[in-house]
Structure formats: C-alpha cells, structure tokens
Design a protein. Structure first.
Length: 523
C-alpha cells in the first residue's frame, strides 16, 4: 500500500513537471497567424504553426517543413517538402498548403504582407515540391520566408478563413480562437485575456528536447501579481518580469534569471502627414512634427541614460541607431551615435521653429507590450515639458493599441521593432519607407515621406551582391538618421524569470521555444 502511495506521488510529480505554466503582462492578440505581426502573438502561435524554414538556437536558418532548397538563378527558389507531415486535424501537409499560405499572407488584411510579396509567386511542382518565381532579386529571401506560417488550405476553406481576419477593425473569425498547424503543440482552448491551453502533438515530425506535455498560458497585467505567483511556485516562467524586481529575484533561491540582449529598437514615431495636429493643438494651427527642428528639439530633450538607469534598471542600451540590432548597421559606431542631450539647444530649436511656448499633444503608448512602456512614456512627457510641450499620456493594452496605430489614429506614439531578422531591410522596408503597395511602409504609422531615403532603401532591397549592397544600406541608414523621422531610444535587454530548475534557451529575438523547455517536478 505504501509503495502504491509513493508511486502515485511520483506520477503526480511527473505530471506537474510536464506542464509549463507561463505568464506575461499581455495576451496574444489572435490565433490567426497572418493577421497580426506582434512578437508575443507570433511566439504563442509559433508553438502551433510552422514555416518551411526554422530558426536554430543561434538564430541561423535551418530546415523546417522543407528539408532542402536551391536557388538556381536570382529569380528562382525551389523547395522540397518534408514527407509524412500532418496537420493537427490529420490532413497531410502538401505543396497546395504552401501556395495557399503564401497567397493568404499577401492579403491586404495580413500584417505580414510586407514579407510575403518579396517572395514572388509560389507554384506547386508536385505534392512535395514548390517553386517560387520572383519579379526581382531578394537578398534576404530565406529570412522573409521565415515569417510565413503554413496553414491548411482544406481547414481554412472549411471554416471560411481563406483570408486573414481584419484585426484593426475588430473582425472575428473561426481563426480568432481556433488553430490547425503542424507544430509541436495543439491549441486545446483559448479564452482571450484569461487563459490559453495547449497539449503536446504526439505526431510531430520534430524532436522534443524538453519534457513539456502541456502549456497553460495566462496573461496577468499586474507585475506584482505575476511575481507573487512565480515566487509561490504557481508559475514556472515569466517572460517579462519588471526590471526593478530583477536584483531582488537574483537573490531568491527558488528563482533563476535568464537574460540577454534583444534584437529590438524602441523609438518614438510622429505623424508627419497631416497638416494639423489631429490629437493635440498648436499655436499656429499647424503640425509641429513636420518641422525637423521640432523633431530634433524633442530628440535632444530626452535623457536616455535616465530612462536606462531609473526606469529600465540598467536593462537597456541607449542608441541613436535605427535598426533593431547593431549587426544590421554593420556594428558601425558612426551609425549608432546619438545626438547629445542638450536642453538649451532644444529650447533654441523650438524657438527657431516658432514654438517657444510649445504645443499640446497626446502620446499614445502601450501598457503591456514593451518593458516598462507606460513608465517610459510618462518620463518622456516630463522631459518634453521642459521645452514647453504639454504631453498627455494615453496608455492602453496592446490589443487596443496596435489597431489604433494601424488606423493612423495617432499624432505621437511609442513603438518597437525587432525579431529574428538581423538584416537592415527588416526595418527599412516595412517601417521606415514611404507608405506604398505590397506592404512597403505598412508599419510607417507616422506616414512620413523621405523620397531620397525611399529610393536608396528600394535599391538595396533588390541587390543580391552583398558587397554592392552594403554601401546602399549604409547610405539609406545615414539619410534616414539625418532626417530624424523617428526618435530612437534604446534596445531592450530581456530578462526571463523562471522557477529554479527550468531549462530554457534565451534567443536574441526573445523567443521561447517550448519544445526545448524542461520543467522540474514539484513547486
């Protein structure tokens, strides 16, 4: 009897060890993998959906749903698909699903269309072979392909989700709450803002390096509540502990910190399209952000070191760069330097621009997306008050914030951009270029225009020779930096807080691959 009791306890402990209890300050936005291109949403959907290629632990690209590929000429790519792969509903994964997924990602309602269009036209050669024909060369074709989740054509047709849902206009579809991928975990249930549950896919083609059988993801807005749950053993993993808690957590015997720099730039964007301030007012009735002198004044009124030290607890790297990673700017200090903090110079610029008495504006800000995002916005409001700008901070959850930007309902906003791609084009084309077709400038929510930069950025995007391309990229970066269309702040350093004994791989794109995670038994 005693032996049976011990066995039962061991089984119970093993079951606990197989469940990853994970929390973050915010929820994924939708289960539709093409609708929203936001890191937390991608990360959670990425446990369910897969791509033709996949990122390894060092961010290098390796085989995923495709086992091999070739690039016989600058306008052709061919892929051989992995045989025997099935979607979670049991239907086979074939070339038809690849063609469907790429074309679905090109829809106007897709938030990844900026990556789908440069892939060209996909064509089925046979059930396990696909060819892509490009209109022009794409020097980072595989990195763009790494943004393309593969969906089941049959499932999408059955549930009438053949195009991505229009998230910014609050559209709902079967894909909002349901998923059918090929990945290591199956979505069991999704309750927005409450809980999402996943179970291990027993038929996954890949190799599990960890022991996680089930995932319970819970969005918890309060930093204190998330932290208390981790310290009590109710949670195993926090992807976004507050920086101010990190020194104390490092001293906790039941907790360990896994940290590293993230490929993500945090910056300020401004409406430079409207002739008048839509969300604010100015003495002359004009839009001050169209004046470079005002933008420079705001830049030089920001004490980034104070933000780093007092708000980010040192977990930030101030920069004047405009790319998510230093590598994208060739690790060149000349492309990273900031304009100096100079309050006197900033006030003089405001006076020269005709705004010596300042103006009023609303700063839109998420409160559950970036590290201490709302606190950063409040600090910026205080700094800009010193040059006469009266800033009202309008903070909101990411589920409301990003659709607001997509509708261009902003005059001034905090934003971040990054991920696994370290090439400069991932910032230049979707975020910084003039708003255009096929996803070009699709994340340019300030709708600025810099024609000289736009031409340089367009040129580098189709140059396959790295040696010829580098000076083009450098010239584009330098031109945009001189225009001050955005105000760079810092690159994040990301700490994860986990229960003692949890084994996880911290990648520079702040991505948690649950198939690599091991969770210890017990609390």
């Amino acid at each position: 009897m005693k032996a049976l009791l011990i066995l039962a306890l061991l089984i119970c402990a093993a079951a606990q060890a197989q469940t990853l209890r994970w929390a973050s300050q915010g929820d994924l936005q939708t289960a539709d993998p093409h609708s929203q291109n936001e890191s937390m949403t991608n990360m959670i959907n990425g446990q369910v959906y897969e791509k033709l290629v996949k990122r390894n632990k060092d961010l290098s690209i390796g085989p995923g749903l495709a086992v091999e590929w070739s690039n016989p000429d600058p306008l052709t790519w061919r892929f051989r698909l992995r045989a025997g792969v099935k979607f979670h509903d049991g239907t086979p994964f074939t070339a038809d699903d690849v063609v469907f997924s790429i074309e679905r990602a090109k829809f106007e309602t897709s938030n990844v269309k900026q990556y789908a269009h440069p892939l060209g036209k996909p064509r089925k050669l046979d059930p396990l072979n696909v060819e892509f024909k490009l209109e022009r060369p794409n020097p980072i074709f595989l990195q763009h392909l790494d943004q393309m989740w593969m969906m089941s054509k049959a499932w999408s047709e059955k549930h009438k989700v053949t195009r991505p849902l229009d998230f910014k206009n609050k559209e709902e579809s079967h894909a909002s709450l349901n998923a059918n991928g090929t990945g290591p975990y199956i979505l069991v249930s999704r309750q927005p803002a409450v809980k999402s549950v996943f179970k291990r896919n027993p038929h996954w083609w890949g190799k599990f390096e960890g022991n996680v059988q089930d995932i319970v993801f819970t969005p918890i807005a309060s930093d204190g509540t998330r932290l208390a749950a981790l310290l009590s053993g109710e949670l195993d993993f926090l992807i976004d502990p507050s920086p101010r808690d990190i020194p104390r957590l490092r001293q906790q015997p039941a907790v360990q910190i896994i940290d590293g720099p993230e490929n993500r730039l945090i910056f300020i964007g401004m409406d430079q399209h409207r002739d008048k301030l839509e969300y604010g007012s100015s003495p002359d009735g004009k839009n001050p952000f169209k004046d470079r002198r005002v933008r420079q004044a705001m830049y030089q009124a920001v004490q980034v070191e104070a933000i780093r030290d007092k708000i980010m607890a040192g977990l930030a790297k101030p920069t004047g760069g405009i790319t998510p990673s230093e590598a994208a700017s060739f690790n060149d200090p000349a492309l990273q330097t900031r304009l100096p903090y100079d309050l006197a110079a900033a006030r003089k610029l405001m006076q020269e621009a005709g705004y010596a008495s300042g103006f009023e504006v609303t700063l839109d800000c998420p409160n559950n997306r970036y590290i201490n995002d709302e606190e950063i916005c409040v600090a910026l409001a205080g700094m800009w008050a010193q040059i006469g700008i009266k800033v009202k901070v309008n903070a909101m959850p990411r589920v409301l914030y990003f659709p607001k930007l997509e509708r261009f309902e902003t005059s001034l906003y905090l934003y971040g951009w990054g991920g696994a791609i370290t090439d400069a084009d991932v910032m230049l084309t979707p975020v910084l270029r003039n708003l255009g077709e096929k996803g070009v400038g699709s994340n340019n929510y300030g709708r600025w225009k810099n024609d000289k930069f736009d031409a340089l950025a367009a040129q580098q995007a189709v140059e396959p020779d790295p040696k010829k391309r580098e000076p083009m990229v450098r010239a584009a970066i330098q031109e945009f930096r001189e225009g001050l269309q955005i105000l760079p702040l810092h690159r994040q350093v990301i700490p994860w807080a986990v229960r003692k004994g949890v084994v996880a791989v911290h990648r520079p794109d702040n991505w948690l691959e649950v198939a690599w995670v091991t969770v210890p038994a017990g609390k």
